[in-house]
Design a protein around this ligand. Structure first.
Ligand code: ITT
Length: 232
């Protein structure tokens, strides 16, 4: 049984559409979320901790809303900002922006304790000095992390953990991205920032789960994961 490790049942409802009936269940475990300007390191470390808790295959999902005119705010801090400011105040922060362009990003991290061709460990920016100091291999991988996939997502981030923090548990990362803009609240479905995020004329809260999944950051990451997992 695959455990989707999250405190957010909305994420699991979306995942259920991609995975065979009954093959995924929620594990409500609040793993440590490290501070990083990028989602990859947060999800990767979370997946390792969650695997140790669950003792079986886990999927961890770190996601965020990135508002272009606010330099990507709230980004990896979306959960904290939702709890503190709330989505109405985020909408107000975006109101003076000319077009309020934004994007949702999602990084899924899979870990089952077994060996497989894992994604290279993502390095968060705070670790870069240490990683660069570690030698030429790291500068090569630093170049790798700047790549962009055809769908606009970052190519698999590459690098190594800083000295002394290397964790041998393999983790595979899957990324998804969806562009949109911040609008006045509309709709009653979904969760989190869905009512103020519009994509192709509809907010995510106006879409049912199936329609949201067809275009969303999580749907895109889940589709990549489901294809890989079926082979596994
Ligand atoms: P877990 O960490 O326990 O999985 P969480 O909801 O805190 O649950 P994140 O740390 O990934 O999840 O925080 C992401 C924030 O962005 C949180 O406020 C979510 O509500 C919001 N978010 C993520 N995906 C979203 C989506 O598809 N639609 C709307 N808001 C979303």
């Amino acid at each position: 049984m695959l455990r989707y490790v999250t405190t957010n049942p909305g994420k699991v409802r979306e995942a259920e559409q991609y995975l065979a009936d009954g093959s995924v269940e929620q594990l409500d475990f609040d793993y440590t979320e490290i501070q990083s300007p990028e989602l990859g390191p947060i999800a990767a470390r979370g997946a390792r901790e969650a695997y140790r808790e669950a003792g079986g295959p886990v999927l961890v999902d770190d996601a965020g809303l990135f508002i272009e005119g606010l330099d990507g705010f709230p980004g990896p801090y979306s959960s904290y900002v939702q709890e503190t400011l709330g989505i109405e105040r985020v909408r107000e922060l975006a109101r003076p922006l000319e077009n309020a362009r934004a994007a949702f990003r999602c990084t899924l991290a899979y870990c089952d304790g077994e060996g497989f061709a894992a994604s290279p460990d993502p390095v968060d920016r705070a670790d870069r000095g240490t990683a660069a100091a570690a030698g030429p291999d790291d500068s090569a991988s630093d170049a790798g992390r700047t790549g962009t996939n055809a769908d606009g997502t970052n190519a698999d981030a590459a690098g190594t953990e800083p000295a002394g923090e290397t964790d041998p548990l393999p983790v595979k990362l899957f990324e998804g991205y969806v562009p949109g803009r911040i609008v006045d609240r509309r709709g009653s479905g979904g969760f989190g920032y869905d009512p103020i995020f519009e994509h192709a004329g509809e907010t995510f809260a106006e879409m049912d789960t199936e329609r949201k999944n067809a275009v969303s950051h999580r749907g895109r990451a889940l589709a990549k994961f489901a294809e890989w997992y079926a082979e596994r």
